[in-house]
Design a protein around this ligand. Sequence first.
Ligand SMILES: Nc1nc2c(c(=O)[nH]1)N[C@H]1C(S)=C(S)[C@@H](COP(=O)(O)O)O[C@H]1N2
Ligand SMILES: [Mo]
Length: 319
Amino acid sequence: MFVHDRPAWRLPERAVTPEAQWLDRRKLVAGMMAAGLLPAAAAAGTAKTGDAGPAGLPRLDARRTIATDETPTPLAAVAGYNNFYEFGLGKDDPARNAHRLKPSPWTVTVGGLVKQPLTIDVDRWIARAPLEERIYRLRCVEGWSMVIPWVGVPLAGLVKAAEPLGSANYVRFTTLADKGQMPGLRVPALDWPYREGLRLDEAMHPLSFLAVGLYGRRLPNQNGAPLRLVVPWKYGFKSIKSIVAIDFVERQPKTSWAMAQPREYGFYSNVNPDMPHPRWSQATERRIGEFRKRPTLVFNGYAEEVAHLYRGMDLKRFF
Ligand SMILES: Nc1nc2c(c(=O)[nH]1)N[C@H]1C(S)=C(S)[C@@H](COP(=O)(O)O)O[C@H]1N2
Ligand SMILES: [Mo]
C-alpha cells in the first residue's frame, strides 16, 4: 500500500474533492445545498482556462488541484502537433483526420479481475464527476515536451470503484480500433488495437489521471477524445487515447510499443535522462515553442512523488 503525505504539487486539501465522493458527488452537493451548507456557486467549481479552450467543444467546470510554474504550451500546438497513429504517422495528421472519430456516445468497459465490473457512459459520467484541472508536463520519447492543462479525474477513483481482486496486479488499457473512423488502421504501423498497461500501484498513484478535457473544454479528438490516460512521469506513449476498455489482469500485459520494438520501448517507460534510447540520447528535450533544449528531469520532474514505486528495481533492466 502506498502512503502519501501532502506532496509539493498538491494544493491545500480544501481545494480538492475527496476521491471517495466522485461517484456520488452530485447527490452529495445537492444534499448539502438543500441543507444550506453550501452556496449554490460552490457546486459549479471554477474553470480557469476555459476561455482559451478548443472552440466549439463543451466547457467543463473544474477546480485546479495541481499546477506548475511553467507556462502551458499554446493550444494551437497542444491540438495541432500530435501522435495518434490511428489517424496517421505525421504530427499534423491527427488534427487533419480525427474529425472522423465519433466520441459521443461512448462506452468504456471496466472488467477482468474485479468485484464490480462497470460499463461507463462517458457523457453521463463526465456530467457528474468532480473534475479537476491539472497542469502536467508531457514528454515524448522522441525528445519534445509540452505543458498541458488537463481536465479529468484521478484514475485511482475508478480503480477503487471496480474493486480489483487480490489477484489483479496490472491494469490493461485498450484504444478503439474502428477502420471506419480511424484511417491509420490500414497501415500496420502497430499491432492494433493500441494497448497500454500499468502496474496496479502505478494506476493507484494520485498523479495518474484520466483526462476528458484540456484548456477547460472537452478533449479535441486528436488528443484522445473522449477519455485518455495521462501518466506524467512516463513517456507520452503510455498516455493511451480514446480508451474503450480497462481490464485488471494478473500478468504484465503486452503494450503496443514494447510489442513493436521490444529493445527500444519497455513496459515501464519511465522518463529517464540517464537511460539513452538505443538510437538517441534522452538527456535533453525541446519544449514545443522554445528554441533552446532543456535538460530532461528524472521521472519528468515527478521523482519526489513517484520514485518510491521503483525502489529496489534496476531501471536499466526494467526500462
Ligand atoms: N491510441 C493511441 N494513443 C496514443 C498514441 C497513439 O498513437 N495511439 N500515441 C502516444 C504518444 S507516442 C504520445 S507522445 C501521446 C501524445 O499525446 P498528445 O498528442 O495529446 O500530445 O499520445 C500517446 N497515446
Ligand atoms: Mo510519444
